[in-house]
Write a protein that binds this ligand. Structure first.
Ligand code: HEC
Length: 91
């Protein structure tokens, strides 16, 4: 690959990473992809921040049953959760 393309690719990757939002947000999108018919995991992009925050709190306390989100929610502080929730909420 010509060096020009390599530089362009690296730049695109770096810019992409910078656009991934607050720490932890990128880890959510692997499972919560885009809205797609028949997808078992609900999309979270576009959910109101309060709804994401409330779900994360309920998962963390065990109030809401989960398969994986209970463990994931426990990995984030309330501040981190708020930042992630605002990032996914409509702006
Ligand atoms: C390993 C896959 C996986 C990852 C990573 C993941 N989730 Fe989830 N998420 C799920 C599944 C599966 C559910 C359904 C509840 C359950 O079974 O745990 C869910 C449910 C949710 C819900 C509830 C949605 C609704 O409709 O009420 C929210 C909010 C949520 N996740 C937020 C997040 C956030 C924020 C992150 C990143 C910090 C994240 N998830 C990372 C798999 C994942």
């Amino acid at each position: 690959m010509p060096i020009r393309n390599t530089v362009a690719t690296l730049l695109a990757v770096a810019l992409g990473a910078a656009g991934e939002g607050p720490p932890g947000a990128a880890s959510c999108t692997g499972c919560h992809g885009n809205a797609r018919a028949g997808m078992a995991i609900p999309p979270i992009r576009g959910m109101p921040a309060e709804a994401i925050g409330a779900s994360m709190r309920a998962f963390r306390t065990g109030e809401r049953p989960a398969t994986v989100m209970d463990r994931i929610a426990k990995g984030f502080t309330e501040e981190e959760t708020q930042a992630i929730a605002s990032w996914f909420a409509p702006r």
